[in-house]
Design a protein around this ligand. Structure first.
Ligand code: ADP
Ligand code: MG
Length: 704
């Protein structure tokens, strides 16, 4: 039988059924899997020293021969001669051509006495002088042939460190890998065309794979990694861009007409001039909406940056073209707030005939039925809604624009359900959770991106302060000062157990404590997800109309509540919240012209929680916060929000590899523009690889 990359690893020399099972636990079944399981780390053991010249306290390699061995047994942690653990100490005296002496010491590995007797050894570890002797504790070792030149997998080179499990120690990994590469690497074909390799100065696939495991030097390893990260990014970008192209070209959507006259009319509805960033976003959106291909755009901007105005612009453009608009938000509160905001803007319009509608849970049956009928008849132009909009039985007359607010609260599936309520409507998704550019290009790469990176004028940055329990009094004094000046505030309590009853209890307790203590002169209202929606709305209305000074709540108010007079927010046990959540909360205060204050109460200064709080103190910039979040949490979490079903990235590092990703995206874009089906001769291997990596998704696009 000819050798193949698809052979089971069990057929490799040095790998039996037991090791094969351990490999399988790591997802390695075939020899190809093995080759593409790259080390989790590299250890530089390339400098070999003699005993006489060995430096102390740094990792070194030596080639030595044992001279003598001794063993003693001690008890550790014993009391009055009883108990304690037995420890066997095996000490070899080693020498080498320099004539120096080295003590190599192992604990509880008595069997080494026989194993290492009279053989030449390569050792790796840190040496230290113990009196006159040089001594190395628990070195890694490898038996090397007597007179053959040193050709070792474990010393005298940069060695790979693999994930260990069961019988798979590092030596076993390296042996299996070296054997696999020696026997099968030649079977590996490079999907990237030679011209590309030349222009990017990338190594070919075989050299790259070998260098990932056994590089000659660190430069070779870096080049290999760069090539493989680029290639991985290329497949991802091809998949994302092709998916989008497929969506766009299948059927044309709405090509809206949006001339200067309409543009002017809409802009006049706003009581302010759009910021330069809003203006840019509006123009990008207008370009998409006037094109026959459906818009697929992500609008990103910090809380308070003015996304709602931009969304309204898009909505009115669609309505002027006799299409319906749905604005879907994650909570009823937020949906109603969109409804209210839109009505306020439209009041300014002398001859607006825009009909608004609301669809959220908690409406009476009659209210709901009426809304559904009006929607179907086309008697509603703009519907503000929750998930209720995507339930069965909701029919639009002519949905031309779908807007999704706080899109990270929705899955891709929900997004698609909304889009399917129309015929290829334009899609605008909005998020106040800034996404680092690398993620925007990868996890969100099927969307075009507009960014509002500028706040409306006259806004003072919110002051962020952190109080330990000991300093809490100072914090509450600041809250009282604000309330005494007629401003309003929020106190946010963390969720306790994701159990609404317990959470309610803790918020109730906090509310009671505060109303009898630190905030006893003020009118407090309790707001909680457990409460019925009309009750929530009643509390919010009281707050809005100034009948309450402060609201004590759980995170239900995380998104959207916009009350310009609220200038202070206090977050209890701030360490319990995520970085993005805290940043969102902070955006709720200081939305008017007054100075806003964001107070975090927490005793945590160390660890991940400490890092998060420190990040909030150090920057108000949402993008920096997002980068910090990515750094602290790692990309897995964030990308996981997407439920994209894309395979995990194995080589690309979303934090460090932004340039690689951007470059690969550009190549992907050009490639698909030239050859949308990847049918050209030099693209066929890339196409084949794409099908291998993205199998199902690729088939679904009809490109498999
Ligand atoms: P977002 O939806 O991004 O959180 P909003 O659209 O709710 O932000 O805007 C936040 C506040 O800023 C609102 O009170 C809004 O009226 C105001 N605003 C928006 N755009 C501007 C602007 N260009 N100039 C002045 N104020 C603005
Ligand atoms: Mg908003």
């Amino acid at each position: 039988m000819p050798l193949s990359l698809d052979d089971d690893v069990r057929f490799l020399k040095h790998v039996g059924p037991a090791r094969a099972r351990d490999f399988e636990k790591l997802g390695v079944r075939t020899i190809r899997d093995l080759m593409f399981t790259f080390p989790r780390d590299m250890s530089d053991r390339s400098s070999i020293f003699t005993i006489a010249e060995a430096p102390e306290n740094q990792p070194i390699s030596l080639v030595v021969t044992p001279v003598s061995v001794s063993e003693k047994v001690v008890r550790r942690g014993q009391r009055r001669g009883r108990g304690g653990t037995r420890l066997t100490i095996t000490t070899f005296e080693m020498t080498d051509e320099s004539g120096g002496l080295l003590e190599a010491v192992w604990f509880n590995q008595s069997w080494l006495k026989d194993r290492l007797h009279g053989v030449r050894l390569a050792l790796h570890g840190k040496a230290a002088r113990d009196g006159k002797r040089l001594r190395m504790d628990h070195p890694q070792y490898e038996v090397v042939p007597d007179d053959a030149p040193l050709d070792s997998l474990n010393v005298g080179r940069i060695v790979p460190i693999y994930p260990m499990t069961g019988s798979l120690n590092q030596a076993a990994w390296r042996r299996a890998m070296a054997y696999a590469l020696d026997t099968r690497l030649d079977l590996l074909d490079d999907p990237l065309p030679e011209t590309l390799l030349e222009s990017k100065r990338f190594p070919d696939l075989r050299s790259a794979v070998r260098a990932m495991h056994f590089p000659d030097d660190s430069r070779q390893w870096h080049n290999a990694r760069e090539r493989l990260a680029w290639e991985e990014s290329l497949y991802l970008q091809l998949a994302l861009l092709a998916a989008r192209a497929h969506l766009k070209h299948d059927l044309p959507g709405h090509a809206f007409r949006l001339g200067p006259e309409l543009d002017n009319r809409i802009r006049h509805l706003f009581p302010f001039k759009l910021t330069a960033a809003q203006d840019r976003a509006v123009r990008e959106i207008a370009r998409d909406m006037t094109s026959p291909l459906p818009m697929c755009r992500l609008l990103q901007g910090d809380v308070g940056s003015g996304k709602t105005a931009v969304a309204l612009y898009a909505a009115l453009a669609a309505v002027a073209n006799r299409a319906q608009v749905c604005v879907m938000a994650p909570t009823g509160l937020l949906a109603r707030q969109h409804y209210d905001t839109f009505s306020q803007y439209l009041e300014n319009s002398p001859n607006a005939r825009v009909r608004l509608g609301l669809l959220i849970s908690g409406m009476t049956r009659t209210e709901r039925q009426l809304a559904l009928t009006r929607l179907k008849n086309g008697a509603i132009d703009i519907l503000a809604a929750t998930h209720a909009a995507i339930s069965e039985g909701v029919e639009f007359n002519n949905l031309g624009l779908a807007v999704i607010d706080e899109q990270h609260k929705f899955g891709v599936a929900q997004r698609n359900l909304l889009v399917q309520k129309g015929v290829r409507p334009d899609l605008l998704v909005m998020t106040a959770t800034p996404i680092p550019r690398s993620l925007a290009l990868s996890a969100y790469g099927d969307l075009d991106l507009s960014v509002i990176n500028q706040m409306p004028p006259g806004r003072k940055p919110v002051k962020t302060l952190l109080f330990s329990r000991r300093e809490a009094g100072k914090g509450w004094r600041l809250v009282r000062d604000e309330l005494a000046r007629g401003r309003q505030g929020f106190v946010v309590c963390p969720l306790v157990k994701e159990n609404a009853d317990l959470d309610l209890q803790s918020a109730e307790e906090a509310c009671r404590d505060l109303s009898e203590g630190e905030l006893k002169e003020y009118r407090l209202g309790l707001l909680h997800g457990r409460m019925k929606r009309p009750e929530q709305q009643r509390i919010l209305d009281q707050f809005r109309t100034g009948k309450l000074d402060a609201i004590v709540s759980t995170i239900v108010i995380e998104v959207g509540v916009d009350i310009p007079n609220s200038t202070v927010m206090a977050v209890l046990s701030a360490e319990r919240f995520g970085l993005a959540q805290l940043h969102q909360l902070r955006g709720r205060v200081g939305r008017g012209r007054e100075q806003g204050y964001f107070l975090m109460f927490s005793d945590f200064r160390q660890g991940e929680s400490g890092e998060r709080l420190a990040a909030l103190l150090s920057t108000a910039n949402g993008f920096e916060i997002a980068e910090a979040d990515l750094g602290i949490r790692g990309p897995g979490d964030l990308a996981g929000d997407r439920q994209h079903g894309l395979p995990p990235l194995r080589i690309v590092d979303l934090v460090r590899d932004i340039d690689i990703i951007a470059d690969a995206r550009e190549t992907a874009r050009k490639t698909l523009a030239d050859d949308p089906g990847l049918t050209r001769r030099d693209h066929i291997p890339v196409h084949r690889e794409l099908v291998r990596v993205y199998g199902k998704q690729w088939d679904r696009l009809g490109m498999g």
